[in-house]
Design a protein around this ligand. Structure first.
Ligand SMILES: [Zn+2]
Length: 67
């Protein structure tokens, strides 16, 4: 369990993509949550819909509404 999760964003049905290092390609993310990384940056954490690997995507501070 991660203690850095701020909230679940409920994006389960949204078509959000991220880069999966295991698939080495852009994949659809699921189970997206907003988290704070060790460097205090906010990021989105999701799960690769192809292989189930965890994907982190840094959230741009100046564009909160990019989703
Ligand atoms: Zn993957």
């Amino acid at each position: 369990m991660s203690s850095g999760i701020l909230k679940s964003l409920g994006f389960g049905n949204l078509d959000v993509s991220g880069y999966c290092v295991r698939c080495r390609s852009r994949v659809k993310m699921k189970k997206i949550e907003e988290v704070v990384m060790s460097n205090k940056k906010k990021a989105y954490k999701g799960v690769c819909s192809e292989c189930g690997a965890t994907i982190y995507r840094i959230r741009p501070e100046s564009r909160e509404g990019m989703w």
